[in-house]
Design a protein around this ligand. Structure first.
Ligand code: C2E
Ligand code: MG
Ligand code: MG
Length: 362
């Protein structure tokens, strides 16, 4: 083994030919112990300690310079954890950080290069047979990987400033789209909903930013814009979120509580958040035909919505039978693959024109 002083109070130890990873541990313990032995200088006793950063080659498969940098990073962790200890560089964690950094860069460039698009999924009234609106759902038109669903990229930026930028792009694009459809004169005036991320809703200037965006589209009546918030968004501060929602509603914008029933305190949110629409989460709807518990939840949510005078829509309506069952329970609004999949904006006018409710729903 080699020990070298590379400057100041920094040393490098190279332990060669370890059979297994754990074999380095007794040596590291001995080094710590040796370094922490009190030293007498004249009348003074000095107590020093060492902090050691460790990396293992070839698990950490990089060149000598990078190996040194990794031990350095690990050493800082050892110092932060109270000194007089060693810390092993985590290649798995380091890889994860690198992957995350790469994804963030890719999303940044996708934003700059206009690779995001909005798809729209119709929402209908099954009983009277009208299309009541559409939900805007983001997609990434990736140059190599094709069309990506939000699950592939939104989690990366969940708590990142880019989420706010992307969210503003979504609202702006949806407003432009509403205005375009209005000019074309669709069969029904469509209310368009957009999904709002928690970080975005919690921004102190959320309302101001919405005012600015609405002002940039003076031909769009705010009542045609609906904001879908996850009930989990409110977890931190229901009071704050409900104030923001009330301010936005004064502008004429509507709110929906998305994925209703999946959070911790659905009832509290229902009572305290002024959303006009609640969306029954698709996990309950999907299995309501063969799971009595899910059916009971769907029934319960519909009854709750009625008592609280909110509209209710079922998401994830995958078949005609789901629709029929929902109608029997008194839920008329629906959205799901059984009615239409999300589609590009350009397909919406023809779809809206042609759609007819299933005959069994009459
Ligand atoms: P969500 O808002 O609850 O949207 C419904 C999701 O269910 C969409 O997935 C939709 O394509 C899918 N879906 C609709 N009908 C059915 C059905 O019958 N069966 C099944 N299995 N799925 C159905 P998508 O587009 O992949 O979006 C997933 C989630 O990502 C959304 O859930 C929403 O929370 C989030 N999201 C989508 N677009 C945006 C956006 O622009 N901003 C933010 N912050 N979140 C977004
Ligand atoms: Mg939604
Ligand atoms: Mg949902």
């Amino acid at each position: 083994d080699s020990l070298a002083r590379i400057g100041g109070d920094e040393f490098v130890v190279v332990l060669a030919d370890l059979v297994k990873v754990e074999d380095c541990e007794p040596i590291l313990e001995r080094l710590l112990l040796a370094a922490s032995k009190p030293i007498a200088v004249g009348d003074i006793v000095l107590n020093v300690s060492a902090s050691i950063g460790v990396t293992l080659y070839p698990q950490d498969n990089v060149d000598a310079d990078l190996l040194m940098r990794h031990t350095d990073q690990a050493m800082y962790v050892a110092k932060e954890s109270g000194k007089n200890c060693y810390h092993l560089f985590d290649t798995v964690q380091d890889d994860a950080i690198k992957v995350k950094r790469k994804s963030l860069e890719a999303i940044r460039s996708a934003l700059d290069n206009q690779q995001f698009v909005l798809y729209y999924q119709p929402k209908v009234n099954m009983r009277i047979g009208t299309v009541v609106g559409v939900e805007a759902l983001i997609r990434w038109q990736h140059p190599e990987r094709g069309l990506l669903n939000p699950i592939e990229f939104l989690p990366v930026i969940e708590n990142h400033a880019m989420m706010i930028e992307l969210g503003e792009w979504v609202i702006d694009t949806a407003l432009s789209q509403i205005s375009q459809w209005q000019k074309m004169g669709l069969k029904y005036p469509l209310s368009t909903s957009v999904n709002i991320a928690t970080v975005q809703l919690q921004q102190s200037d959320f309302t101001e930013s919405l005012i600015r965006q609405l002002a940039a589209h003076p031909d769009v009546e705010p009542r045609y814009l609906e904001l879908e918030v996850l009930e989990t968004s409110a977890l931190d501060d229901v009071q704050h979120i409900s104030t923001i929602m009330n301010d936005c509603m004064e502008l004429g914008v509507n709110f929906a509580l998305d994925d209703f029933g999946t959070g911790y305190s659905s009832l509290t949110y229902l009572r305290r958040l002024p959303a006009s629409l609640i969306k029954i989460d698709q996990s309950f709807v999907r299995d309501m035909l063969n799971d009595a518990d899910d059916l009971a939840i769907v029934e319960g949510v519909i009854a709750l919505a009625k008592s609280f005078k909110r509209d209710v829509i079922a998401e994830g309506v995958e078949t005609i039978e789901h629709g029929t069952a929902l109608l029997q329970l008194g839920c008329e609004l629906a959205q799901g693959y059984g009615i239409a999949r999300p589609m590009p904006a350009s397909d919406i006018p023809a779809w809206v024109n042609d759609w007819k409710p299933d005959v069994s729903w009459e």
